[in-house]
Design a protein around this ligand. Structure first.
Ligand SMILES: N[C@@H](CCC(=O)N[C@@H](CS)C(=O)NCC(=O)O)C(=O)O
Length: 333
């Protein structure tokens, strides 16, 4: 039997659990290699970037970056497909995956490293994964140094006194949308997981593990929590639904989160990089949102626009994007 794939990752890493869920869904033989200190040397031999997840391939190669990893594996392991049949739903699912990765991560990272109970919880969690057998004092030391390293990195997601309310209101808005959309269905696009589910659930799952965001989810959003738990090891339970069924509760995600926050932010980020500015700033729902521009997001925005441009027929998609107020982001691309 061929060697299994190795997934180097960590439970507190949203992008790692995203890829692990995908391998589980596709039933691809794999070994989960938790990011413990004793496995770091082999990780570093394979890694181009100091980031997890990393998938070590049976042929000795390695892949990093969760979205391209899943897209590559989908070519080799095409059944059950994570893409709805219609091009319109394929694109909307890919857009929601992008939203989860690039905007949903702001919620997760902000709540995790803004509040003290979460800083301690996550520092302890990562320390116990890195040094499972170390004495408690050593783990406590490592936890402190992780917290010290990670807290200032909230600026990478633009989390600050000025943007805190925009990020937290968006988190609550997302939960309200998911809670009603997932009442009566198992996944975002019906009774089987789509690309979108893997990208978005991973952030919500991590939030459900953390003290502050977890309490919010557990106290008020049972459908959303059940979905995030289901996505840890997803199983197809039926078919994808047509847009007509999904629209009433999914359009608010496209309009009020992706249209009103994520895409204007991502465009402003790309524009600031193009102009060589060291700060991007944009009005989101009437509040200023500013941060240091990030190259990765500009590449990611270009990738989703390329996906739109590679579609054969946008006749059924464009009216949906128009209703969400986001067609211009793609038509002009
Ligand atoms: N775009 C990458 C992001 C990967 C990423 O940011 N991974 C985090 C964990 S979620 C990481 O390894 N951070 C480095 C660190 O914590 O030192 C992906 O989707 O895989």
């Amino acid at each position: 039997m061929a060697d299994p794939y190795l997934i180097y990752g960590a439970e507190p890493s949203p992008y790692s659990v995203k890829v692990r869920s995908y391998f589980r869904y596709k039933d691809i033989p794999h070994e989960w290699v938790s990011r413990s200190a004793d496995r770091m040397e082999e990780f570093q031999k394979l890694a181009k970037l100091p980031l997890v997840p990393l998938v070590a391939l049976p042929d000795g190669g390695a892949l990093q970056d969760s979205t391209p990893i899943i897209e590559k594996m989908e070519q080799e392991f095409s059944e059950p497909s994570i893409h709805p049949d219609s091009e319109a739903m394929f694109f909307i699912s890919a857009l929601v995956e992008e939203y989860g990765d690039e905007w949903g991560n702001k919620h997760m990272f902000h709540y995790r490293w803004w509040y003290e109970p979460d800083q301690v919880h996550t520092g302890d969690w990562i320390a116990s994964i890195m040094l499972p057998d170390a004495p408690d004092e050593q783990k406590a030391e490592v936890s402190k140094s992780i917290q010290k390293r990670m807290k200032p990195r909230i600026s990478f997601v633009g989390s600050s006194e000025k943007t805190k309310d925009t990020i937290e209101n968006s988190f609550h808005n997302l939960l309200e949308i998911l809670e009603s959309h997932l009442s009566g269905r198992s996944f975002l696009f019906g009774e089987r997981p789509a690309f979108a589910d893997f990208g978005l659930y991973a952030q919500v799952y991590e939030e459900s593990c953390d003290p502050t965001a977890g309490a919010i989810i557990k106290e008020g959003y049972p459908n959303t929590l059940a979905w995030a738990t289901r996505m840890l090891d997803p199983k197809a339970q039926g078919e994808f639904e047509p847009w007509e069924n999904l629209a009433p509760t999914l359009m608010p995600l496209l309009r009020d989160e992706i249209g009103a926050l994520f895409l204007p932010w991502s465009e402003a980020n790309a524009a600031a990089l193009m102009a060589g500015e060291d700060e991007m700033s944009v009005l989101l729902k009437g509040r200023e949102f500013s941060q240091t521009p990030q190259k990765y997001h500009a590449r990611s925005l270009a990738a989703i626009k390329d996906k739109y441009n590679s579609l054969n027929d946008t006749a059924s998609l464009n009216p949906i994007l128009e209703e969400a107020g986001i067609l211009d982001h793609f038509k002009s691309a």
